[in-house]
Design a protein around this ligand. Sequence first.
Ligand code: NDP
Length: 267
Amino acid sequence: HQSYSNGAAVAEHPQPANVFSLEGKLALVTGGGTGIGLEIARCMTAAGATVVITGRREEVLRDAVEGMGESAQYIVNDITDLASIDGLVAQIEATYGPLDILVNNAGINLKKPALEVTDEEFSRILHTNLHSVFALTRACAARMVARRKGTILMISSMAAYYGIDRVVAYAASKSAVEGMVKVLASEFSCHNVRVNAIAPGFIETEMSRKAMNSDPDRRDRAMRRTPMGAFGKPSDIGHAAVFLASEGARYITGVSLPVDGGNSIGF
Ligand code: NDP
């Protein structure tokens, strides 16, 4: 261990020519066929990674990889099928090699007043956004920890930070994911595995369009709460994901990075 007190220059660790490159890395992006996941996959392939995307709809995944060339592949998988998870990770590693990056992006939302949310609905959101994320993370992290190499990203939400009306189950799931990030980051840091979250603000995707269209005032309210005065693009999340997955972020673990046009500044 190097001490600052002995007056010696602090030695730099060896760095690749481009610390933000993902050249030679293998990434798994759940829900990578649409919206934010698709742009994360695109940005990661552009940065040099091979990316496997998953989702439930084969035609969506097929179209998605077509636009990305050789370095993108897909596997049809329902993340809520916990029994399928170990096989999924084993299949990816047998076919493409060791996984370096996991992006837990797949997620679902439900907009309803809390008093109208049924047990079935609450469980479905928590199962998809939380339990499945934990199960897949455990399967990938076990391998990463054994190899002492890897990084894991969760796609959280502003709903984890603020009381946004009518998303009680979604907010509960994303807050829980944020809690999990800190514990996993702490447990895995001595094994050279980093765990972080990105908390997107208002990003233009199918999911947010549905939420905006369900309430005519919502768009205006969202913009009033966004200092930059515009919705974000899925690629804004993609670029942040490339950074956090890269060597450039080697000393960053256990954080949640807001990518939100300033929502989290508060007002
Ligand atoms: P989309 O609905 O476009 O993407 C969700 C993706 O997840 C789809 O590709 C879907 O594919 C996949 N998915 C859903 N359920 C499952 C499942 N059971 N198994 C496998 N894949 C599944 O929404 P976004 O791109 O907006 O959302 C991506 C992430 O970003 C989510 O976690 C969301 O909570 C988060 N987020 C989004 C924000 C926004 O403003 N858009 C803001 C904050 C967070 P398929 O249906 O084919 O399975």
